[in-house]
Design a protein around this ligand. Structure first.
Ligand SMILES: NC(=O)C1=CN([C@@H]2O[C@H](COP(=O)(O)OP(=O)(O)OC[C@H]3O[C@@H](n4cnc5c(N)ncnc54)[C@H](O)[C@@H]3O)[C@@H](O)[C@H]2O)C=CC1
Ligand SMILES: O=C(O)CCC(=O)C(=O)O
Length: 529
């Protein structure tokens, strides 16, 4: 059955076209995102959900989304998606971080000019037949200081345009390196410095716990008298009540807002002030940007749903379409080693170390570690997948460490899992041969060579003559056919392990009979489907 995608917001038709070209069934319901009940009733039929900002992907919605694998945001901000809830349910959330950056930057610059020359008010007055030539006295922006708060994709586009307009550009962004600032031609400053010096302040950060009310009453008071403020990033970055007061007092000369603390904004403290310019969240609204983000999100979602490639996910490492086939067998190996450890463990795993050796260290080890954790937890949490696994492990107090080192043995690539439990350590290593099939090559210190089969028995026993005959007899009595048999031991007469692939399931009675065979220390049935 081909994957199915729902487009629940108004996206360029380019998105639906791409989905269809990529063999994906797509339903376009551009208003469904605004009706949470109808959306909840429909979402169970889809593998992918493509949205802009109107659809709210809440924990409740996700609970109804039994098939959902990916939410694609045609834009930057994913604040309308409950990302932790999506992650916990194993749903990838991806965005298009660059598709609308230029358009949003142009809107910020447009708003700055609108403020500097009071264009919206002058337009309204002129079209009302008033010809108020003396009412509108603007300011030049040339030579003025532009303070950019948040100098990422959009902020740096704004900075470049500000420099092009002969402004002096200063930027506050704790993550902006001095080198990047130099390349851009901006001066990196602290926030207080920016507030004190900027004639125009333009905000370009996401809304986070650190940036909420970054322009608080206190910070607005620190701005230069006569400063003008542009917010084309997110509502909530500015204390709107405090800004209104500063506008009324004349401390702030003007404010241009595209985004508001509450959207859709039908009323707002800033509305009605003569020096306020507002647009209804139009920062990304150009035909060029909408075409780009729609194309990009459809490509990214299709790549994930059809090839397992992950680009621009906010809750999982990226895996390119070239990497995906190379990584796939190692992800499968890591997951199966995790499944082995999870099924063999007799007590809860407290710590998992995943050790990568050799060529595999050059691949996306974080994705493999996530797969190993999901295998480890699957015996107790059936539905878990690699997206949710790291978070779930953390919640359950399982410490996870990842170690990479050069190849130390005969294998080009080796993955070893050490799972520490209150009853001891389970150590298992595996590799992928050129046939692309993952296999176990060591358990503890004992070498074996076994492919994974859907149904297996793992035995640890004393290495004694006659044991294998007795074991095979017990299986024969239960009418269980042996498919493959892999043995290993530390020394003659020492500790031995067996990994036995069987056809079908091992009846519980047969397992207890095997457990009672002389010399058996542990017998565990394993599932690897
Ligand atoms: N109005 C609209 O329609 C649009 C709004 N946006 C919004 O614009 C904002 C910026 O988007 P991008 O530039 O693409 O994001 P980005 O991730 O490229 O840049 C954000 C920058 O903010 C910086 N930052 C983070 N925390 C900070 C803090 N506490 N103080 C100062 N800087 C901080 C980061 O280091 C980063 O450089 C986002 O909130 C996005 O949702 C994006 C597109 C359209
Ligand atoms: O899709 C839109 O119109 C809003 C864009 C936006 O805010 C974003 O990309 O973060």
């Amino acid at each position: 059955m081909p994957p199915r995608v729902l487009i629940s917001d108004s996206l360029s038709p380019a998105a639906a076209q791409i989905f269809r070209l990529r063999g994906i069934e797509v339903d376009c319901e551009p208003t469904l995102g605004k009706d949470s009940d109808k959306l909840a009733a429909a979402i169970g039929d889809y593998d992918g959900l493509a949205i802009r900002s109107a659809t709210k992907v809440t924990a409740d919605l996700l609970q109804r989304a039994s098939r959902l694998k990916v939410v694609g945001r045609a834009g930057v901000g994913v604040d309308n998606v409950d990302v932790p809830a999506a992650t916990a349910r194993g749903v990838i959330v991806m965005n298009t971080p660059f598709g609308n950056s230029v358009t949003a930057a142009e809107h910020a610059i447009a708003l700055m000019f609108a403020l500097a020359r009071e264009i919206p008010a002058a337009d309204a007055s002129t079209q009302a037949g008033k010809w108020e030539k003396n009412r509108f006295m603007g300011v030049e922006i040339t030579g003025k200081t532009l303070g950019v708060v948040g100098c990422g994709n959009i902020g740096s586009n704004v900075a470049e345009r500000g420099i092009g307009l002969k402004m002096r550009v200063i930027a506050f962004d704790p993550y902006l390196t001095e080198e990047r600032a130099r390349t851009l031609g901006v001066e990196k400053v602290e926030l207080d410095d920016l507030l004190a010096r900027a004639d125009f302040i333009t905000l370009h950060t996401p809304l986070t716990a650190h940036t909420k009310n970054i322009l608080s009453a206190e910070n607005i008071a620190k701005t230069k008298k006569g400063a003008r403020i542009v917010n084309c990033a997110r509502g909530g970055l500015v204390d709107e009540e405090a800004l209104r007061k500063a506008l009324d007092d004349g401390h702030i000369a003007g404010a241009a807002f595209d985004v508001f603390a509450k959207e859709p904004a039908t009323e707002n403290p800033l509305f009605g002030h003569p020096h306020v310019v507002c647009t209804p969240h139009l920062g990304a609204s150009t035909s060029e940007a909408q075409e780009k983000v729609a194309l990009q999100i459809a490509e990214q979602m299709s790549d994930y749903l059809t090839r397992g490639a992950i680009a621009n996910a906010v809750n999982f490492p990226s895996i390119t379409a070239e990497e995906a086939p190379r990584l796939k067998p190692f992800i499968e190996l890591a997951e199966k080693l995790g499944l082995f450890a999870g099924q063999v463990a007799r007590a809860g795993v407290e710590k998992l170390s995943v050790v990568y050796e050799g060529a595999v260290t050059l691949e996306k080890t974080r994705a493999m570690t996530a797969a190993a954790i999901s295998g480890l937890l699957r015996p107790i949490l059936e539905d878990i997948n690699a997206v949710a696994a790291p978070v779930v492990a953390k919640e359950r107090g399982v410490a996870v460490e990842e170690i990479t080192r050069e190849a130390q043995g005969d294998y080009e690539s080796l993955i070893t899992l050490n799972a520490l439990t209150a009853q001891g350590e389970i150590r298992v290593s595996g590799t992928v041969f050129h046939d692309g099939k993952p296999r176990i090559i060591r358990i503890g210190d004992i070498g074996v060579d076994a492919e994974f089969s859907p149904s297996m028995i793992y035995l640890t026993n004393e290495d004694r003559p006659g044991f294998i005959g007795r074991f095979a007899g017990a299986l024969g009595d239960a009418e269980v056919n042996i498919a493959t048999f892999a043995l290993g031991r530390d020394r003659p007469g020492g500790q031995a392990v067996a990994l036995v692939a069987i056809d079908g399931d091992l009846p519980a009675r047969a397992l207890s009979k095997i457990e009672r065979l002389p010399g058996v220390k542990q017998a565990v049935t394993l599932k690897f489907s």
